[in-house]
Design a protein around this ligand. Structure first.
Ligand SMILES: Nc1ncnc2c1ncn2[C@@H]1O[C@H](COP(=O)(O)OP(=O)(O)OP(=O)(O)O)[C@@H](O)[C@H]1O
Ligand SMILES: [Mg+2]
Length: 439
């Protein structure tokens, strides 16, 4: 059994499980209808009217529309019915907020499911009558603007100093009206939040890694500190791309006791399986067990990859005029996903990968480790290929010289990470596509 077969759980000896090459199909077989007027131009496949209501439209066109909602690789999950697994993490998150009254920092790789988790959390908290305010950070985010807009969503009805019958409440005034004009400090925000009664406010700050380092992050840390010191009814949930807590939130030492850091890690095989089965139910297609097995193996715990492969596989089945997704569709999905992902990485990385063809097997192992271990890995990941530690080191060094990976600064274990974030996903899919043409 080769290292690839061991990793993907497929045995080269059983023909049913071995991916076969997929030959390009003539255009009409890919589901692009021929133009009755004889023009060879590609056409839209589903009616826009059907797309207004995903339940409308029968057969292939309805399935195609439903499939786009069933798997949303480019968007976070919003519908709780489509949210797979993560029960333990959600429980921990809710307990930290509800019982421990802590502020939470959720961190993990890009596309691992942080925003989806935040959407579900927001929903559960709203159901429990929390006031929930979700905000996405960006390079331009300023502390004053952000918290002024959060305060603008809190009616004065919840302010201890205002009677329900007061004029200001009847006029729809909010906490923002009590903040001074101009710059706002964490202390001023916290002074107003301290007067909150009759509810709890949950402020979700997503994409925190994109917020400006320096002042903004220092002020957020200061706010957390002042809120915690005064046991105020306001909690923050911060999420962003990072390998650890410190990487995401500067000024950690001052607030370490008041926050809990929760990593969002790769999904288990069962969770990925649930994700596919949820998509199956929502799309109305049937995914053959073996197709689910291929997708689950190659998703490597990434909900993004699972959704991408699930969607492409479903579309491939519909293109064959079938409502049953077979292994051949899953294999075609690998190629199509690979073609899609390659456009998301830089020319520089693409050239470096192409120039290091001899190291592709090793690079694929590094990519898999990066996907499954939060981006960090050491030479030991090459064990399925090479047991000699010195040779492993040399291969890592070679990949570093090719500017694909780099040693993580001050990492006690001397681990590496990929320099460009989309590269491990591409390498892993590209390896899968290559294996298809070999077998
Ligand atoms: N629990 C889940 N169940 C089903 N699909 C999920 C789940 N979590 C994430 N996904 C899917 O995975 C992809 C990435 O999810 P999401 O956008 O939530 O990740 P993220 O960590 O916020 O990414 P980024 O770092 O880019 O902001 C999306 O396609 C989403 O639909
Ligand atoms: Mg996100």
């Amino acid at each position: 059994m080769s290292w690839w077969e061991k990793l993907t759980g497929r045995d080269a000896g059983t023909t049913a499980a071995v991916p076969r090459p997929v030959r390009p199909r003539p255009p009409q077989a890919t589901g692009v209808r021929e133009d009755p007027a004889g023009s060879a131009l590609p056409r839209f496949r589903a009616s826009a009217v059907d797309q207004l209501d995903s339940r409308r439209g029968s057969g292939a066109s309805g399935a195609r529309v439903r499939l786009r909602d069933a798997f949303t690789p480019s968007q976070p999950v919003v519908d709780p019915h489509m949210f797979a697994g993560r029960a333990a993490l959600l429980t921990t998150l809710i307990r930290a907020i509800e019982d421990q009254k802590l502020h939470v920092v959720l961190y993990g790789d890009r596309g691992i499911g942080k925003t989806s988790m935040l959407h579900v959390l927001a929903r559960q908290a709203t159901e429990a009558r929390y006031l929930v305010r979700y905000a996405s950070c960006g390079e331009e985010t300023s502390f004053g603007d952000l918290f002024r807009s959060v305060a603008a969503d809190v009616p004065l009805l919840f302010h201890a100093d205002y009677k329900p019958t007061s004029d200001a409440i009847e006029k729809g005034a909010t906490l923002a009206d009590l903040l001074p004009a101009g710059e706002v400090t964490p202390r001023q925000v916290s002074d107003q939040f301290a007067r909150l009664q009759g509810t709890r406010l949950l402020i979700i700050l997503d994409e925190f890694d994109r917020s400006p380092a320096g002042d903004f992050r220092r002020q957020v840390a200061e706010l957390i500190k002042t809120l915690s010191d005064r046991s105020v009814r306001v909690q923050l949930v911060i999420a962003g791309v990072a390998a650890n807590l410190t990487e995401l939130l500067e000024h950690i030492p001052s607030i370490r006791r008041n926050i809990v850091g929760l990593p969002v890690t790769s999904m288990t095989r069962e969770e990925v399986g649930t994700l596919i089965r949820n998509g199956e139910r929502a799309s109305g297609l049937t995914y053959a067990d073996e197709a689910v097995e291929i997708i689950t193996s190659l998703a490597a715990g990434s909900p993004y990859l699972a959704g991408l492969l699930g969607q492409h596989a479903g579309l491939a089945a519909i293109d064959r005029d079938s409502l049953v997704v077979e292994p051949q569709d899953a294999r075609l999905a690998i190629r199509r996903s690979c073609d899609e992902i390659v456009n998301r990485i830089s020319e520089r990385s693409r050239i470096a990968i192409a120039q290091n063809e001899a190291a592709w097997d090793a690079l694929a192992l590094m990519a898999l480790a990066a996907l499954q271990r939060g981006g960090r890995f050491g030479g030991d990941v090459l064990a399925p290929l090479e047991s000699d530690a010195q040779v492993q080191d040399a291969v890592m060094q070679h990949a570093a010289e090719a500017n694909l990976i780099e040693r993580i600064e001050a990492d006690p274990a001397g681990q590496f990470r990929f320099i460009e974030e989309g590269v491990p996903t591409y390498l892993w899919m590209a390896q899968a596509a290559r294996r298809l043409s070999i077998n």
